[in-house]
Design a protein around this ligand. Sequence first.
Ligand code: PMP
Length: 354
Amino acid sequence: NYDPEAQGTFDYQQAQFVPGVPRDFTPLRSLVLDTILEAIGHTPMVRLNKLPKSFGVECEVLVKCEYFSAGGSIKDRIALKMVQLAEAAGALKPGMTVIEPTSGNTGLGLALICAVRGYKCVIVMPKKMSKEKEVALRALGAQIVRTENHHAYNDPESHMGVALRLSKEIPDSIILDQYRNDGNPLAHYENTAEEILWATDEKLDYVVVGAGTGGSVTGIGKKILERVPTCNVVGVDPVGSILADPSNRKTSPYEVEGTGYDFIPAALDRGIITQWVKTTDADSFHTARRLIREEGILCGGSSGANVWAALQVAKGLPKDKRVVVILPDSIRNYMTKFIDDEWMKTKGFPIPQY
Ligand code: PMP
């Protein structure tokens, strides 16, 4: 009996309306959005078909494609949350300038929100990060300051040091500070994790997440462990970073952008992580290129790292297990980098032959 007045939710697993008390989280949104900010998050989950097979993996591997978010990455979610919290607290008011040290994607999310909301935006980013990010940031109206790559996090000339100095020089400015802001893990705890739980009907065995600030792995891992305590939370960290093993503070340069650090950000709760996997540039870029070429998934380099790590973990798991992998950003950020054979050659990475 069709009851158009019945309360409930549309269950995408069953492809039907389920009457009852609506869940406190639903992935639903209006068909017409008031601003592009409502197109942040709500990203698709896609089954990998060819890559797992070629790695001898039998279980299901699902990837969450964060590049479908309005600004092109998983970091839109935290940018929005941090702005909303600051506005609600009265710390961010019309006419102010938002300053942020970032590897680029938080900057893109913030610049997008600032463009829509009318704030000024200054992004401080190490030179290592792609020109593509800078060009998109500029188009969104942000001012960009580049810092040298080699400065330690606590050096006044690092991207964090320079942002701090600018915040003293620029009147009416605020650093939302993704490294320490609760809104960073909270955005993933409240949204990203809920979307994963919804899409999988709370049936998953591993969730694989790359760590930069650690907000993603901390927020996603915390919520999923509360609801699915048997799930394993796998952190992915590039060779050269200290996040997986802070007892060894020795770092070395690497090309993958957005993951790994020379310090442990407060946003990262290492206690949530059940297992770490270290990844190399070569494996990350090669896997990302295969995701693009074989699965049509237009992801970035850290997505390749996460999938490579997931496939290592998934080897030997029985067929009925399910692994969920986060793909943080898109091909757009790297058109002149690992996507380009010339760049790969210059950097000494093998050119993929397909
Ligand atoms: N991959 C990319 C491309 C990123 O920009 C980031 C954010 N720095 C991450 C992964 C890691 O996300 P998080 O900061 O939440 O650890």
